[in-house]
Design a protein around this ligand. Sequence first.
Ligand code: SAH
Ligand code: SF4
Ligand code: F3S
Length: 446
Amino acid sequence: MNDNNKFYNIITYGCQMNEHDSEKLAGMLENMGYQATNSLDKADIILLNTCIIRENAELKVYGKLGSLKPLKEKKKDLIIGIGGCMMQHDEAVDEIYKKYQHVDLIFGTHNIHHLPDLIEEISKNRNRLVEVWDEEEGLIPDLPARRDGDYTAWVSIIQGCDNFCTYCIVPYVRGRERSRSISAIVTEVKKLVEDGVKEITLLGQNVNSYGKDLSEKENFAELLKELDKIENLFRIRFMTSHPRDFSLEIVDTISKSTKICEQFHLPVQSGSDKLLKAMNRGYTRSYYLKLIESIKEKMPEAAISTDFIVGFPGETEKDFQATLSLVKECSFDMAYTFIYSPRKGTPAARKEDQIKDNVKKERLERLMNLQNEISYLQNKKLIGTKQEIFITGESKNNSQRLEGRTRGNKLVFIDKTPDLIGRLVEVKILEAKSWTLDGKLSKIIK
Ligand code: SAH
Ligand code: SF4
Ligand code: F3S
C-alpha cells in the first residue's frame, strides 16, 4: 500500500518500553505509507498501546476506548487497534472484544511485528481480529523505529522479566528475559549515530540481567564497554537496575568512561525488611543502603533515583516509618512513588491484609512531601557548579529558552541560541527548583 493521504495516531500508556514499542509500531505504519497526525478526527488508524501495571492505567485505557466510539460511527473505515501489556491478560481481551465492538484489532506484546499483515487483512475483509501470543515465536526481526527525538533514542537490550516480585504483573505480560546480542545492539547504535543521535538510553526491566541467556562473554559491563567505543556518540544511559543484581563492576566501568552517565535508577520499593521479603525483592534494607553508599563513595557526583510502593499488604505504620527513614538516609535525587494496586493473578493480590485506601493515600502524601524537599535540596547543591548539558531543543513552555539535561538527567534551561541545539555544552547553574534547574552557558564542549 502506498497511499499518501492516510494518517495514523498512536496513544501510548506505561513505561519507556511501551513508548519504544510505539515507535516501532509507528515505523511500520510509515513503511506502509501512513503519516503521523495529532488529530484523532483525521486519523485512519488509531492504535492504543496499553499498560496494566496499576489499576488506574487500565481505567484510563477503558475511558479512552469509550471516547473513540463516536469517531468510528462517523468514519466507518477507521481502524481502531489495541495492543500492549493489557492485551496479554485474557480477561481484558474478553472484556474489550465483547463490550467495545468498535475495536477492530487486538494484538499483544509478542507479535507487534505482525501489525502490517493484521492491518492489511482488516482493510481487505473488514473483519475483527484478535492475535495475542503467550510468548515470542521464532526470530523476531529488528523493527524500524520512528523516533520522537532527533538526538536521543531508546535502545532495547533485554525484554521480559524473570523476577516475579509478588505485586508485579510484568513477568506475566512481557514473558521471560530475552537479551539481544551485543553485536545486534552495537550495530543498531552505530546506525542511530549515523542518523545524528548523540544520546542513547538502554532499556530493560532489569538491565543487570542482560546476557544471562547469552554466551559467557556477553554481560552488561561488556556491553557498556563496547558501546563506549562508538565514535560521535556523546552519552549512554540505562534503566532499570535491580538492586539485587547490581554489580560494582558496572560502577567501575562507568567511572572509566566519559560517555556513560553517572545516573542510576535503583528501585527500592520499601525500607522495611519484612516488606522487601514479602515483595520477593531479594535484598535487605542494609544491603541496599550499603549499595548506595558504595556508589556514592566511588562516584560522589552520581544521581540516584528510585521507586516506592506504599500500602503493600501488611504494611504497618512502623514499616512505613522504615521507608521514610531510608528516604532520608539515601538523599535520592528523585523518586517515583506509587500506591499499591492489587493485580489479578499475582501473589500479593491474594493476601488478606490489604491496606485501606485512605491509609495508602495518606502515606503516599507523606512520602511525596518528604522526597520533594530532598529533591529540592539535592538540586540546590548544584547552584554555582558547572554542569555538562546536552541541549536537545527549545523548552516546551518557553520558546525563548533551550532545554537540556545534566549527566544525572536533570532538566536545565538556558537562554536560547539556535545553534546550540544538538551540542554538548557547559552550563553554570544559577537557580534550582524541585524538578528543574536554570543556568547560563559557560562554554561549548562539542
Ligand atoms: N523493572 C523495574 C520496574 C518496573 S514497574 C524494577 O523492578 O525496578 C515500575 C514500578 O511500578 C515499580 O518499580 C514499582 O514501584 C511500581 N509497581 C509495579 N507493580 C505495582 C503495583 N501492583 N502497584 C503499585 N506499583 C507497582
Ligand atoms: Fe516487576 Fe519486579 Fe520484574 Fe521489576 S523486577 S518488572 S517490579 S517483577
Ligand atoms: Fe511497562 Fe506497563 Fe507494560 S509499566 S512493561 S507498559 S505493564
